[in-house]
Ligand binder design. Sequence first.
Ligand SMILES: Cc1cc2nc3c(=O)[nH]c(=O)nc-3n(C[C@H](O)[C@H](O)[C@H](O)COP(=O)(O)O)c2cc1C
Length: 245
Amino acid sequence: MAPTAPTPSTEPFEAPEPAEALARLGMPMADAMRTQRAVRRLHLEPVSHDVLLPLLELSLKAPTSSNTQDWVYVVVEDRAQKAQLAKLYRKLYRLFNPIVSRQARKDPKEQRAIAPGQWQAEHFEDLPVFVIPCYKRNIKHRPVGRPQISVASFYGSVYPAVQNLLLGCRAVGLGASLQTLPIWYIPTARRILGLPRSMNPVCIIPIGWAKGNYGPTKRRPIGEVVHLDRYGNRPFLGWTSPTTD
Ligand SMILES: Cc1cc2nc3c(=O)[nH]c(=O)nc-3n(C[C@H](O)[C@H](O)[C@H](O)COP(=O)(O)O)c2cc1C
């Protein structure tokens, strides 16, 4: 698919001043957690470093395995870099989008659900900024002996920070989404970003001022998910939250 021109903004959008945006970090935590979701439709105006850097800094308050902190954020704003990442994404997108579109053909609800992802894929290089969390592989992460432990500690050293970042974005009014498909072919992603072989890009988070809506998100009921003491014992089926309005 040929890259498309940036969508002309139909409504004027003015980004908040950084101080105003950062003041929104005081929103109630439960509200942020309840409404944070994958926001894929973004305004194409740039995101100030005065907003982004404090969010990145806060996100890194997250834990890492053995407190290794072997993380790197590659922040991509350069148009040519973004175009290369878009090219990589579209190689895969061209394969799966027709399948997804066909499946959604007769279901208007499903069509509405996939539309923001399609918009995003078509405008990938126009999105204001990508944050690409990377983590250094070390001896502890080698898949020998008990691979499930090393893999868990590798990814588990990245995703807590990613969730912090998503929550921070939600609070200040930025749209963000955790994505893995755009960097599906790691060697190419690594080459585009100039990463050494030891550094693995884990996901990509496109960020911009939110055009799409936040939640509340729909998730499985807690009573279905919580098993007490042993798998299969679910005494909380039917439980309702005192914090949900
Ligand atoms: C590990 C992981 C990988 C994901 N990869 C993608 C992706 O490649 N593209 C995408 O559009 N969304 C991706 N997502 C986002 C999920 O699709 C999204 O969070 C889920 O559908 C729930 O949507 P909601 O948070 O808006 O309710 C990913 C989420 C996770 C946790």
